[in-house]
Design a protein around this ligand. Structure first.
Ligand code: G6Q
Length: 548
């Protein structure tokens, strides 16, 4: 009889219930080698996962779960281009985007995709060299000073996160803007900050049909044409100037041409690159313009190192696998609904938001690969903020609230901006938080410190709160690439164990479709409102306020 997920959870339960008799504190007390035992190194990152509710039995049960889910085979299917995104009939090959190893071949439908990958990478490199060196001129003969990336979701979150993360590597005499929201404020405030004759717009959209992106792109083009006219260009010259100021990143050549962009200035990618995994594809063009082609290649190298590690290391020593299994332990074993990612590096301020899409859009699924409803919980809620800011806000709940919230602390030993002892203080806070969460503070310890008896319940800390600590020497293009790949593969492993399709996102469709109908109702002369009474009421209220 085929073993069910319920059987697998049961095995894990047995291991867990034996292990949960001891706290993290007790486990440290009985094993002086615990930290070293539960620490891994890969691709420039150290993962210390010793402050978790684990022992050898739990780890064995978790690894068994991975093996029984055919993880090894599934990893190979992904890396070799099998169509594992079955509901869309697509391969999932973001790993091919960072494989610069000339000897390798990765085939989809009999065609080696690595050749195309390298061709686009060279095209991006040549273009970004020209722009960065001031050889690419705008209509007034001026160099490009501003780059505006217009895209949303996977065509925005990665470039935004990485542009902030790699600020020390960016060309400081250029400015980078990202417009994603269909809220006109986003575009308007960006356009206020730039001059048309020194601005390059990148229209980043895999499909080139996304409502938000196309609306913003058309509005940006109208603005550009009006500005060019104001600068004295005739209509035809202004239209011709679009080619100097608009480029596209897309898989849809026809739509790009229809928009008026010269397809010579289109940077392609392929349907086997999912939006939320597309940062190392041409979607990263804005990033390459910011950090240059060499740094961009270092980013890819970092990704690749983590890819190799993931593909080859045994599960017991495999960083993405371990991170995924620990996530499963708390989500399915302890019922923890969310987990927190806390980067102690201001440059990683958008990393939690980037991970939200990667994780929640991938594994937020309630139907398994056979089309049946799952009988276990999937897709954790991911959230977080940079430390130490979070400490003065929501950490209270993590320390003393009623929810169990496992946390990933991320830190870099060296700062790009040494000022006095600020960095020591930052890192001291990181390490101290993981210590406080794991070991807590007992009533006895409070009493010994002289805490007034009636205040003791409020000042004790239960401890036993699980954390992972990820440390690198410094945040560089290479370590950033490895960090992103680490979480990509973590999400993959969890999707395999939960038996869900991690690379589609049907859940975002319904709202998009309904918005089209609602838009008609908002703008039509006399709409016949056929929604529920709440939606109808909202539409009526809006129409009244705007005078329709
Ligand atoms: C990501 C999703 C989604 C997508 C956006 C933008 O995995 O597919 O976030 O990236 O909807 O799509 P386009 O790039 O096609 O405009």
């Amino acid at each position: 009889m085929k073993e069910t997920m319920t059987d697998k959870w049961a095995q894990l339960d047995v291991a867990m219930s034996a292990s949960s008799l001891k706290t993290i504190k007790e486990r440290f007390a009985e094993d002086k080698d615990r930290a070293a035992k539960y620490t891994l190194e890969a691709a420039g990152w150290m993962l210390d996962y010793s402050k978790n509710r684990i022992d050898e039995k739990v780890m064995k049960a978790l690894v068994k779960l991975a093996k029984e889910s055919n993880l090894k085979e599934e990893i190979e299917k992904m890396f070799t281009g099998k169509k594992i995104n079955a509901t869309e009939g697509r391969a999932v090959l973001h790993t091919a985007l960072r494989n610069l190893n000339k000897a390798d071949k990765v085939k989809v439908d009999g065609k080696d995709v690595l050749k195309d990958v390298r061709k686009v990478l060279d095209q991006m490199g040549d273009f970004s060299d020209k722009v960065r060196q001031g050889k690419w001129k705008g209509f007034a003969g001026k160099r490009i000073k501003n780059v505006v990336n217009i895209g949303i979701g996977g065509s925005d979150l990665g470039p935004v996160m990485a542009n902030i993360a790699l600020t020390p590597y960016t060309k400081r005499n250029m400015k980078f803007f990202f417009v994603s929201n269909v809220d006109s404020t986003h575009l308007a405030e960006t356009l206020r900050a730039v001059k048309a004759n020194e601005t390059l717009f990148i229209i980043a959209s895999k499909t080139f049909t996304t409502q938000e992106t196309m609306s913003n792109a058309l509005a940006a083009k109208d603005w550009f044409l009006a500005e060019a006219k104001k600068a004295g260009l005739k209509k035809a010259d202004a239209e011709a100037a679009v080619a100097k100021h608009f480029v596209a990143v897309s898989t849809a050549a026809k739509e790009v041409a229809a928009f008026g962009i010269d397809t010579k200035n289109m940077f392609g990618f392929w349907d086997w690159v999912g939006g939320r995994y597309s940062l190392p594809s041409a979607i990263g063009l804005s990033l390459m313009l910011a950090i240059g082609r060499n740094n961009y290649k270092k980013l890819l190298k970092g990704y690749y190192k983590m890819d190799r590690h993931f593909r080859t290391a045994r599960f017991e020593r495999n960083m993405p696998v371990i991170l995924a299994l620990l996530g499963i332990l708390y989500h399915n074993g302890y019922g923890a609904e969310s987990y927190c990612v806390l980067p102690y590096d201001q440059y990683l301020s958008r990393f939690p938001a980037y991970l939200q899409q990667m994780d929640m859009e991938s594994n937020g699924k309630c139907v398994d690969k056979d089309g049946n409803g799952v009988e276990y919980s999937t897709g954790p809620i991911e959230w977080g903020e940079p430390g130490t800011n979070g400490q003065h806000s929501f950490y209270q709940l993590i320390h003393q609230g009623t929810h169990l919230i496992p946390c990933d602390f991320i830190g870099c030993c060296k700062t790009h901006n040494p000022i006095g002892d600020l960095h020591d203080k930052l890192m001291a806070n990181l390490f101290a938080q993981t210590e406080a969460l794991a070991f807590g503070k007992t009533a006895e310890e409070c009493a010994a410190e002289g805490v007034e008896k009636k205040l003791i319940p409020f000042k004790t800390f239960e401890g036993n709160k699980p954390t992972n600590t990820l440390l690198c020497d410094q945040l560089t293009p290479e370590t950033l690439g490895a960090l992103v790949a680490l979480y990509e593969h973590k999400v993959f492993v969890q999707g395999v164990i939960w038996n869900v399709y991690s690379y589609d996102q049907w859940g975002v469709q319904l709202g998009k479709v309904l918005a089209k109908g609602v838009l008609t109702d908002l703008t039509a002369k006399k709409p016949a409102l056929k929604h529920d009474s709440s939606t109808n009421q909202l539409i009526v209220r809006y129409r009244k306020a705007v005078g329709r």
